[in-house]
Design a protein around this ligand. Structure first.
Ligand code: PAF
Length: 283
């Protein structure tokens, strides 16, 4: 695997591949890689000639300096994992290489997608994500880019950015990768204590129950039930639960035919934030 930290070196290398008519697949990450990331890389390898993975902990998408500081950094292990799946290129730029002298976000209009769910609780988060992903797309100029559906709102926002800014990249959403106990894979999971690890799969159990209830109960009844599940939970605190339209990401009260809905949830295990979502059947 080739490893670059400078934009210019990466661009030169990709230019040579492009002149051989090779297609480039891109998987942006913040490192602390896990099987979920590897599933994105495998998907990218199946559909492209060359796969580039970026590893960059983006400061502008964190709304708390403490959270940024505590974000897991496991670069040695990440390189071993990428080598083990025969990734072609790793791009690990410094903050200066991406932001030069101006560590700030562009102000995006994602047609309201940014005001829902995560946007309400993590101020400026999606401006930070949009800024770094747009910058990385400009550097890598991939044919296709791969994102996990665990961050479903992020995925929809990146698709919107590509559409609104006429970027020449196809954005692909890939299914959530779960542990055998149902917990959605996340880089943050390594920070969970033994007790928190044991409790965390409850989030997916609740979502599965929501999926069943969605056939017969109102959204209000389901929401009250979910709130009840976490009310006296010894380890997990509910931040939000909502049922939203997949396209607009707006919360709904009643379902309409032919629309796709998803249940979204965010919980805290102490200061560690876990998010998950599940597509619902609209019968
Ligand atoms: O999902 C992530 O890991 C990050 O938000 C991303 C897309 C790599 C941007 O920093």
């Amino acid at each position: 695997m080739k490893i670059f930290s400078k934009k210019k070196d990466l661009k030169d290398c990709l230019l040579a591949h492009r002149s051989d008519n090779k297609t480039v697949g891109f998987v942006p990450t913040m490192g602390a890689l896990h099987s979920g990331h590897l599933s994105l890389i495998k998907e990218a390898q199946q559909k492209n000639d060359i796969v580039v993975v970026s590893l960059f902990v983006n400061p502008t998408q964190f709304d708390s300096a403490e959270d940024l500081k505590k974000y897991p950094k496991t670069i040695k292990n990440d390189i071993e994992l990428l080598d083990s799946v025969s990734c072609d290129i790793l791009f690990t730029p410094s903050v200066e290489e991406i932001y030069e002298n101006n560590i700030s976000s562009e102000n995006f209009n994602f047609d309201g997608l940014e005001h829902q769910m995560e946007g309400k609780f993590r101020k400026g988060h999606f401006n930070g994500v949009g800024t770094v992903v747009k910058t990385l797309f400009k550097i890598v100029a991939p044919h296709k880019a791969y994102f996990g559906q665990k961050d479903f709102q992020q995925l929809q926002i990146i698709k919107k950015m590509v559409e609104k800014h006429s970027l020449k990249v196809e954005v692909k959403g890939c299914p959530i990768f779960r542990q055998p106990d149902g917990l959605a894979m996340s880089s943050r999971n390594v920070r969970l204590s033994k007790k928190q690890k044991a409790a965390a799969p409850f989030v997916y159990k609740v979502l599965q129950e929501v999926r069943i209830k969605f056939n017969t109960q109102s959204v209000l009844e389901i929401t009250q039930w979910v709130e009840g599940q976490f009310k006296n939970h010894p380890t997990l605190q509910l931040e939000y639960f909502t049922v939203a339209d997949e396209k607009s990401l707006e919360s709904i009260e009643t379902k309409e035919g032919f629309k796709k809905y998803r249940a979204f949830i965010a919980v805290f295990a102490d200061e560690i934030r876990l998010i998950d979502n599940l597509q619902l059947e609209n019968l």
